[in-house]
Design a protein around this ligand. Sequence first.
Ligand code: NAD
Length: 336
Amino acid sequence: MGAVHRVTLIPGDGIGPEVSLAARRVVDASGAQIDWHVEEAGEAQMAREGTPLPERTIESVARDRVALKGPITTPVGSGFRSVNVALRKKFDLYANVRPVRTFPGVQSRYEGVDLVVVRENTEDLYAGIEHMIGDYAAESIKLITRRGSERIARYAFDYALRNGRHKVTAIHKANIMKCTDGLFLDTVRAVAEEYPQIEFTDEIVDAACMHVVQRPEAYDVLVLPNLYGDIMSDLCAGLVGGIGLAPSANIGADCAIFEAVHGSAPKHAGKNDANPTALILSAAMMLRHLGETEAAGRIEGAVLALLRGGVKVTYDLGGGLGTSEFADAVIVEMAG
Ligand code: NAD
């Protein structure tokens, strides 16, 4: 028997509990041994205890160092601040990794897309350093550090090496923001020199957006500061048709949290019709992170086979299966 891994499972709210249960059942059937610790966060938790992110949930993630998280609703305008952002900050999860690929059997405008967006997750305009100047202006500080740029660059190149990828493209606006984006670009360039086996290019963000839409199959690993990374990762998810299929990882030096790109889809809560694929594929990324490569491959292979088959899918992909029935189908496929 292989090692038993401790993982905190945060089911979340909206469709979160349903897709989390589906992902957990698939992981348990994959051959990996997981000791799950289920901890709550989100709206219901707020109503029960007056905090959306209890201390014991934070302690569990700190202890296990790996978490699988369902989506969590963030109230718009007023109300509590994003639990998702709070967790990223708390555990300094500096790398947001989003693989984007076309799935045979799933309708999309493109074929042969297989790229990975590596977004810096902690600095840039998202550092939250902003203020009003009287009532006539507002100012936000774009903070880019050498350390932040270096660790995301290193993560992107190491990721490329580990995953058999051949090219890293840095995306920036260093022609205009010569200090901030200039520092980011110079730092990534210096790191690139340490990885001669990986091809390195850079592109200005506006041109890159056009080229990614024109020829997404030409890209491999993209590395970007926070804001461009946020925009580019949604743009790329849109290329391959379907938020229900997009997994992600938030990686730090001591901790990693895996979650779907999509949110809590409140209109679908409790209906057992949401597509659990994004969280199932996020769980497969988690298993790779834990060194459970075979179990991860088994899950990905089964999901690919089902999507290629075209019929056994959820409503968003034109099928009629429920969330739990899709998980059943993945489990049967893995066993077959
Ligand atoms: P959303 O991703 O929840 O939904 C966007 C659209 O996609 C909706 O039509 C929804 O029904 C559909 N959809 C989403 N996931 C699906 C799935 N698995 N299967 C089938 N259809 C799916 O985005 P939103 O409506 O902007 O946000 C809802 C809430 O989720 C907000 O409170 C937002 O803050 C939160 N959110 C959380 C996270 C996270 O937990 N990391 C990420 C994004 C949004």
